[in-house]
Ligand binder design. Structure first.
Ligand SMILES: Nc1ncnc2c1ncn2[C@@H]1O[C@H](COP(=O)(O)OP(=O)(O)OP(=O)(O)O)[C@@H](O)[C@H]1O
Ligand SMILES: [Mg+2]
Length: 326
C-alpha cells in the first residue's frame, strides 16, 4: 500500500540564545529538536513514539501536522510536499489530519460551551452552519457520550477529566479525519479512567479505519494501542520495529532501560538491562558519536567517534547501536 506519510532526513532546529563569544563571531547556535529522521506511515498503521522528556516527540507530531515549519529534509502526505501545500490542498489536509491535545484542561477554552468547542473545527473549515448541530451530536455519540443534548450547553469545568478527554476526541473527529496525532493522550487523567479512554481510542481506530500516531513516554500505553513503535533520543530515532518485538527483544541499551523502568508485572524485564544514569542533556550540544554514550553503561571507544546508523537486527526491526555492528 502507498504510504500516507513519508519523511526523509526530517529536521527541525530552533534558535537558542547566544553567548557573547558566539555573538562576536556572528554564530547562530541552534538546537535540533528533530535531527534527520526517516519515517514511513502507511494507511491504517498505529505508530507509537516513545522517549524521555525533551527527546523531540512533540516536535515530530507538530511537523507531521504542519503546525510548525520544516528546517530541512522532506515530508510528504499522500505524495504532496507538506511545506509547499497551499489553498484547497492545505484545507483538505487540515480536514484529514487532526491533533488530539495532551491536556484537556489547557486545550479547551473554559468560557466556551461544549457545542462551540466541538464545532470549532467545522467553523475553521467553512462547513455550512446547518450541518454543525448534527455533526457535533454525532461526534459526541461516537466518543461514547450517548446523550449529546446533556453535554452541549455545559462548560468544560462542569465535566469530569474523562468526559473532557472524550470531548477533545470528539472535536478532533468532527471533521472526519483519516490521520490522528495523539500527544500524551491520557497523561493528565486518573489511572481509573485511562483504560476507558484507551479502549475508546482503540475501538475508534478500528471503526473509522484511522491511521494513528501516538506520542508517549509510557511504553505500556503505546503497547496497548500501537502495532509499531519508534524510540526517540535527542532528536534521533534510535530503535524502531513491531511493538511486541521491541518489548520482547529490545536491541538498544536505551530501550532496554526504558522497559526496565516500567514498574508493571505485565512487561517482562530484559535480563541484561543496565540503568541509564543521568539526564538527557540538551539537543543544542549533543555529544559526538552516539548521543547516549555518556549515559550508556556499555559505551566503548567507537561510540565517541562514530554515530551508529540504524541497522536491521531482525526483519522490520532496526536499532542504532555499535553493539549490533560487527
Ligand atoms: N518552540 C521552541 N523553541 C525552542 N526550543 C524548543 C521549542 N519547542 C521545543 N523546543 C526544544 O526542543 C527539544 C524537544 O522538545 P519536545 O517538546 O519536542 O520534546 P518532547 O519529547 O515532546 O518532551 P516532553 O516529553 O517533555 O513533552 C527540547 O529541548 C525543547 O526545549
Ligand atoms: Mg512533548
Amino acid at each position: 500500500m502507498d504510504p500516507l506519510i513519508e519523511a526523509f532526513g526530517l529536521t527541525k532546529a530552533f534558535p537558542v540564545s547566544r553567548t557573547w563569544r558566539q555573538m562576536l563571531r556572528a554564530e547562530r547556535p541552534r538546537l535540533k529538536a528533530v535531527d534527520g529522521i526517516d519515517l514511513t506511515i502507511r494507511r491504517g498503521d498505529s505508530i507509537g513514539l516513545v522517549g524521555e522528556s525533551g527527546s523531540g516527540k512533540t516536535t515530530v507530531g507538530r511537523l507531521l501536522l504542519k503546525l510548525t515549519s520544516i528546517t530541512s529534509g522532506q515530508l510528504t502526505y499522500r505524495g504532496d510536499h507538506l511545506d509547499r501545500m497551499k489553498g484547497a490542498r492545505l484545507r483538505g489536509f487540515r480536514q484529514q489530519a487532526q491533533l488530539v491535545f495532551q491536556n484537556p484542561f489547557d486545550a479547551l477554552n473554559p468560557r466556551f460551551n461544549i457545542r462551540r468547542i466541538v464545532a470549532e473545527p467545522l467553523v475553521n473549515l467553512g462547513v455550512p452552519r446547518a450541518e454543525h448541530e448534527t455533526r457535533t451530536a454525532d461526534s459526541l455519540r461516537l466518543v461514547g457520550l450517548a446523550e449529546p443534548q446533556r453535554y452541549l450547553d455545559r462548560l468544560p469545568h462542569q465535566l469530569s477529566g474523562g468526559q473532557l478527554q472524550r470531548i477533545v476526541l470528539a472535536r478532533a473527529l468532527v471533521v472526519g479525519p483519516e490521520f490522528l496525532v495523539a500527544d500524551e493522550p491520557v497523561s493528565m487523567l486518573d489511572v481509573s479512567v485511562r483504560a476507558g479512554i484507551l479502549n475508546l481510542m482503540r475501538d475508534l481506530k478500528e471503526r473509522l479505519s484511522l491511521t494513528s500516531f501516538t506520542i508517549s513516554h509510557d511504553l505500556t500505553l503505546v503497547r496497548y494501542i500501537c502495532s509499531r513503535t519508534l524510540v526517540m533520543y535527542l532528536g534521533r530515532i534510535i530503535e524502531q520495529g513491531p511493538t511486541e518485538e521491541i518489548i520482547a527483544r529490545p536491541a538498544h541499551p536505551y530501550t532496554k532501560a526504558l522497559i526496565a523502568a516500567v514498574p508493571r508485572p505485565d512487561v517482562d524485564q530484559p535480563r541484561d538491562a543496565l540503568p541509564i544514569s543521568g539526564a538527557i542533556g540538551s539537543a543544542a550540544t549533543p555529544p559526538s558519536g552516539c548521543r547516549l554514550r555518556h549515559r550508556c553503561p556499555y559505551a566503548f571507544a567507537r561510540c565517541a567517534s562514530e554515530e551508529p546508523p540504524l541497522i536491521e537486527v531482525a526483519p522490520g526491526h532496526t536499532a542504532a547501536c555499535h553493539l549490533h555492528i560487527a
